[in-house]
Design a binder for this molecule. Structure first.
Ligand code: ADP
Length: 508
């Protein structure tokens, strides 16, 4: 070339102060160029540098457009996943298969810990065993704490790095956010040093924004679904409760109708007997007057009893029954009742016993109301026990559920109560098979009155019974030796507590 080149021109191709190259022209003649040629070459070199820059820009724009289209496409795919887990699985799939990062994790914050929710290329299945990590550890933890991406070109030199996959050499992690707040981390790992550059960082950050939006939608969708499931449950529950209430109110209604006809019947029988015997008194023979009068008296008493029961209930219903509480000794009350009924039981050839516990704590209650409870139980025991049977009353003090109770049991060897009737016994107007068998007058109110009265005393009534063998009705009242619970002053008279005995109903 040297033999042909005699003169030349050169100009730098500059981008700002950066030298991109040199443009040269040569000539075989000496002094072939003038200053104007040089000016022209400088102008050309400027044009060239501009053109080169444009090409570079064009390539960049083209790349960005391609990325943009890709991201948009992925965004659409994400938005089709409405539920959380399928969405997370889709994200790691797309990042790995479409963007070509072989090792991908999505971690979400749960209770101040990072939990790996979806993963690919790590050989680990999050569903098999949950991997959790405190947010004060690891590169991902740092991303959460700082709310900034982390590009680690050599994990061995990063003090925060915690090895989950032993082959990882570099890592890129970007935050997932809900509004400004970090909710998790998207991270990719490489088995090479410097596996990621600024372009990867930019691309993954853009993607993280898309994922964040999709995550928020999925969380909303999950909540909506949870809400609608709850709503379904609530509706089902309420419907069932309503149906039950309706059943109960129908049953109550049926019982009330039954009651009205029972009461009318019960009222009519003694009333017509009374009329009949009054007639007999008027016309009959005087030597039979005393028998007539006895019947009249019995029928009148029956009427009065019935009306008393009805009144007791309507008073309880209206809440007008006065509660005159005082300290009561159930042994004394039971003893009086047994004395009172002795003759009646003897007439019916039923043995009557009383087995008091030696020293019984007092109870606090309304004497008249409690007496009515015990009298009702005695009357029932008498009505439902055939001649030759036995009725016994017994008292005890017991401890149950950390509470002291005084109990009074009325036990009989009578007809007993079938299992299916036992839970209905304390319902108003309920009359069982025993009442039909014995044909005794009654209203089905006695036990309901007992229950109501005991409820008002913080007590209860329970029953144990076997058909054809007998029944035990047990009245439970809080012992008055528990001042805090009953809310009255400690009574020194009851300081000496008897030993605690469990009720031991004799074998049924
Ligand atoms: P009543 O005795 O007026 O029918 P209660 O409310 O006192 O009403 O009793 C309800 C039902 O419980 C009775 O109809 C009877 O079937 C059953 N019952 C109550 N006490 C006894 C008992 N000691 N033995 C057998 N059955 C009983």
């Amino acid at each position: 070339r040297d033999q042909f080149v005699r003169s030349g021109l050169m100009a730098p191709i500059l981008s700002g102060s950066e030298l991109l190259g040199v443009i040269s022209v040569f000539h075989a003649e000496p002094d072939a160029f003038e200053d104007s040629h040089l000016d022209l070459l400088v102008a050309i070199s400027r044009q060239l540098s501009l053109a080169m820059k444009n090409v570079e820009r064009y390539e960049q724009v083209e790349r960005q457009l391609a990325e943009f289209a890709l991201l948009q496409q992925m965004g659409q795919v994400f938005n089709q996943r409405l539920e959380m887990q399928p969405l997370l699985d889709e994200v790691v799939y797309q990042v790995s298969e479409v963007l070509g990062y072989p090792v991908v994790n999505v971690d979400l914050i749960e209770e101040d810990e990072l939990v790996i929710k979806a993963t690919r290329g790590t050989g680990h299945q999050p569903t098999e065993q949950e991997v959790r990590m405190p947010i004060d550890r690891g590169v991902v933890g740092r991303v959460v704490r700082t709310n900034r991406p982390a590009l680690v070109s050599d994990v061995r030199e990063d003090p925060d790095y915690v090895a989950l996959s032993p082959d990882t050499l570099s890592e890129l992690a970007v935050p997932l956010r809900k509004r400004e707040e970090v909710i998790g981390v998207l991270n990719v790992e490489s088995q090479e040093l410097n596996g990621f550059d600024a372009d990867d960082l930019r691309l993954l950050s853009l993607l993280a924004d898309q994922v964040s939006i999709a995550l928020e939608n999925a969380a909303l969708y999950d909540r909506l679904r949870q809400h609608s499931t709850n709503l379904e449950h609530t509706v089902a529950e309420r419907t069932a409760a309503l149906a039950k209430a309706l059943d109960r109110s129908r049953e109550a209604d049926r019982m009330k109708t039954q009651f009205v006809s029972d009461v009318s019947h019960e009222l009519r029988t003694p009333l017509s007997n009374i009329l009949l015997y009054l007639d007999l008194l008027r016309q009959g023979r005087s030597e039979r007057f005393s028998t007539y009068l006895e019947t009249l008296e019995r029928e009148t008493e029956r009427l009065i009893n019935l009306i008393e029961d009805l009144l007791a209930f309507s008073r309880l219903d209206a809440g007008t029954m006065p509660v005159n509480t005082s300290h009561l000794n159930l042994n004394d009350m039971a003893r009086n009742l047994v004395e009172d009924r002795k003759r009646l039981f003897a007439e019916r050839e039923i043995e009557l016993r009383f087995e008091p516990s030696e020293s019984l704590p007092l109870v606090r209650g309304d004497e008249r109301m409690l007496m009515q409870v015990f009298a009702n139980l005695m009357t029932n025991a008498m009505h439902y026990t055939p001649a030759g049977g036995r009725v016994s009353m017994a008292s005890r003090s017991v401890q149950e559920d950390d509470e002291d109770w005084v109990i009074l049991m009325v036990e009989d060897t009578g007809l007993g109560i079938p299992m299916q009737e036992q839970e209905k016994l304390f319902t108003r107007f309920f009359r069982g098979s025993a009442s039909r068998k014995m044909g005794n007058p009654g209203t089905g109110l006695g036990l309901a009155i007992c229950k109501e009265i005991l409820d008002r005393h913080g007590g209860r009534i329970t029953v144990q019974s076997r058909p054809a063998q007998g029944s035990i009705f047990t009245v439970w009242l809080p012992s008055a030796s528990a001042p805090a619970q009953m809310g009255f002053d400690f009574d020194p008279r009851i300081e000496d507590q008897p030993s605690r005995e469990e009720p031991s109903p004799s074998a049924l």
